[in-house]
Design a protein around this ligand. Structure first.
Ligand SMILES: *[C@@H]1O[C@H](CO)[C@@H](O)[C@H](O)[C@H]1NC(C)=O
Ligand SMILES: *[C@@H]1O[C@H](CO)[C@@H](O)[C@H](O)[C@H]1NC(C)=O
Ligand SMILES: *[C@@H]1O[C@H](CO)[C@@H](O)[C@H](O)[C@H]1NC(C)=O
Length: 399
């Protein structure tokens, strides 16, 4: 009991210090919503890989094993990428004679348990996919609507660590009861399973999903284009105040390395996702990624912003046409800042201390994250020239 009181007091102190960053309406209910989901997972945004953005339906157990190998061999695992998540199309068309989900016998012949053992043997975790409807989005797998307890127990018995739960063929039933049923089923499954809601933001999940899941999609699917990525960043920004340790806004998985954007656009994509405390779920084929892709996904300075213990989602604090400043607080009184040029020509961007939330007289050291340089004794504002569709990202440490 004493521990609980101390914890609550600590949370209140923490929240009051963050008053500027968190809207009052969200703040009052945050503690209560968090308490409802007691799986202890997602204290920082989840990191890993998912099969969908690159492979779509063309997956099999060999690919998943090789991705797990590559995660370790490329050094990505050491940087925190731990979940290997299988998306749609892993299961057989029908449930088995006991009504259980079963892996597709031709593409996953060894079975999911063997795959989980393999992935666990690499020090990684295995995620899987189902749908809060009668069939998944691809329609070639059963959904879990009405089978929540049975499927959660099946996943637990296989050694699954993470469930992405989609929203197709939902019979017109509103999301909350459908996602709540699976949340409870997972909590009762006998295994601690990360719960990733994927209802595409249709019912404003940020406002209710904190007590249901560890992350919730805020938008429709990302496409591997600059237009899609930028639009999704803006939509996700609206819900910034609802994110925090245990429950994160999810603007969908990374497209870095899939070929539809330039290197600078992918660098912006990764920087913004990191600042927004979005899940960092790689969506490319890491077995054959380019050096540029690996360099972006492996930047420890940027990953550290995403994984910062304060868990406050950075947001857009300044906009002047296509020139934007996004920022948010970090532990130790520090701030993360992104100068983002969304325009078609090089431009100068100035981030003022007042928009970031710093006292005008404060002097900081500015760590330039992508070049790993330190600029000492900066005061009042940060002004830089930024190339088209590029960004500059900083951590500011008050002296
Ligand atoms: C298994 O996957 C293959 C390849 O995607 C597909 O053609 C087949 O229909 C699936 N089998 C079942 C039983 O779902
Ligand atoms: C990628 O990086 C590796 C190791 O740093 C290097 O040996 C290789 O030549 C690079 N490949 C290309 C295409 O630049
Ligand atoms: C800003 O800094 C000045 C000088 O250190 C200090 O007197 C003032 O209280 C600070 N204001 C805020 C809002 O922290």
């Amino acid at each position: 009991m004493a521990g609980k009181v101390t914890f609550c007091a600590f949370v209140l102190v923490l929240l009051s210090t963050l008053a500027a960053a968190i809207r009052p309406s969200a703040r009052s209910s945050t503690v209560a919503r968090r308490a409802a989901l007691e799986n202890g997972l997602g204290r920082t945004p989840q990191m890993g890989w998912n099969s969908w953005n690159h492979f779509h339906r063309n997956i099999n157990e060999e690919i998943i094993r090789q991705i797990a190998d590559a995660m370790v061999d490329t050094g990505l695992a050491k940087l925190g990428y731990e979940y290997i998540n299988i998306d749609d199309y892993w299961a057989a068309y029908d449930r088995d004679s006991q009504g259980n989900l079963a892996g597709n016998a031709s593409t996953f012949p060894s079975g999911v348990t063997a795959l989980a053992d393999y992935v666990h043997g690499k020090g990684l975790k295995l995620g899987i996919y189902s749908d809060a409807g009668t069939r998944t989005c691809g329609k070639l797998m059963p959904g879990s609507l009405g089978y929540e307890d049975q499927d959660a127990k099946t996943f637990a018995s296989w050694g699954i660590d993470y469930l992405k739960y989609d929203n197709c063929n939902n019979q017109g039933i509103s999301p909350q009861p459908r996602y709540d049923a699976m949340s409870k089923a997972l909590l009762n499954s006998g295994r601690n399973i990360f719960f990733s809601l994927c209802e595409w933001g249709v019912d404003d999940p940020a406002t209710w999903a904190g007590g249901v899941g560890n992350s919730w999609r805020t938008t429709g699917d990302i496409k591997d284009t600059w237009a899609s990525m930028t639009a999704i960043a803006d939509k996700n920004d609206k819900w910034a105040s609802y994110a925090g340790p245990g429950g994160w806004n999810d603007p969908d998985m990374l497209e870095v390395g899939n070929g539809g954007m330039t290197t600078e656009e992918y660098r912006s994509h990764f920087s913004l996702w990191a600042l927004m405390k979005a899940p960092l779920l790689i969506g490319c084929d890491i077995r054959s990624m380019s050096n540029e892709t690996k360099e972006i996904l492996s930047n420890q300075n940027v990953i550290a912003v995403n994984q910062d213990g304060l868990g406050v989602q950075g947001h857009k604090v300044q906009q002047d046409g296509d020139q934007e400043v996004w920022a948010g607080p970090l532990t130790g009184g520090r701030f993360a800042v992104v100068l983002w040029n969304r325009g078609s020509a090089q431009a100068s961007i100035t981030a003022s201390w007042w928009s970031i939330g710093l006292n005008a007289s404060t002097v900081v050291d500015a760590h330039v994250l992508w070049t790993d340089e330190i600029t000492s004794a900066v005061q009042g504002e940060l002004e830089e020239t930024v190339d088209s569709h590029a960004c500059k990202m900083y951590v500011l440490t008050p002296k």
